[in-house]
Ligand binder design. Structure first.
Ligand SMILES: [Cu+2]
Length: 127
């Protein structure tokens, strides 16, 4: 009697462990990396590119890791999304790299530098 219970308990632990491993693997797969850059070589330029280095124009809704490279103390990196959502990834004086994991919902987005918002921006759409 005692032995049977112990066997059942260990089977349950194995099932739980593999379920956790499966969900961790699914999460890793769905998190794609995007790369943001602002003020590289002191240029008045801001970009958001995908893993292949192409400018992002459309994305599927989901969770993304934004790796933001802020190359200049004269520019920053911000993102506006739908429903008034916004993120300030870096401040103007900051120089360096920051990482953010963000869940994007459907809608229109705009990455921009707040100092030069009228011409330093990139739009993309999440579907
Ligand atoms: Cu700027």
């Amino acid at each position: 009697m005692e032995r049977k219970t112990a066997v059942r308990a260990s089977v349950a632990v194995v099932v739980l462990a593999s379920a956790l491993a499966a969900s961790a693997a699914a999460q890793t797969r769905s998190t794609q990396k995007l790369v943001g850059a602002t003020g590289k070589n002191e240029a008045f330029k801001i970009t958001l590119t995908n893993a292949s280095g192409k400018l992002v124009k459309t994305l599927k809704a989901g969770t993304y890791t934004f790796v933001i490279h802020d190359y200049s103390a004269g520019h920053n990196y911000e993102l506006d999304g739908p429903h008034g959502k916004s993120w300030t990834f870096t401040t103007v004086p900051f120089i360096g790299v920051k990482k953010f994991t963000i869940t994007l919902k459907a809608g229109k987005y705009k990455a921009y530098c707040k100092v030069h918002e009228s011409f330093m921006f990139q739009h993309f759409t999440v579907t």
